[in-house]
Design a protein around this ligand. Structure first.
Ligand code: SF4
Length: 73
């Protein structure tokens, strides 16, 4: 299982932690197009199921990507 450090500046997210770290167990990034099709935040526990449902969603640049794990606190 890959393990990476996620830094994030979205400080009103439930998973955001001090010094701009992401504390989520895993996160799901999709293209904006897919994010609009599935407007709800993705529950960490069912990320695998959602990934299977969404499939692959290419983007042209970073502005076209979104964190689907974001959950407003
Ligand atoms: S879940 Fe997404 S938006 Fe929330 S802190 Fe982590 S990377 Fe940022």
């Amino acid at each position: 299982m890959p393990r990476i450090e996620v830094r994030c500046t979205v400080d009103n997210c439930y998973f955001w932690a001090e010094n701009n770290y992401c504390n989520a167990e895993s996160i799901l990034i999709t293209s904006d197009q897919a994010a609009q099709k599935y407007p709800e935040s993705v529950d960490v526990s069912n990320t695998a199921m959602i990934v299977q449902e969404i499939g692959e969603t290419p983007a042209q640049n970073c502005q076209e990507t979104a964190c689907k794990t974001f959950f407003r606190r």
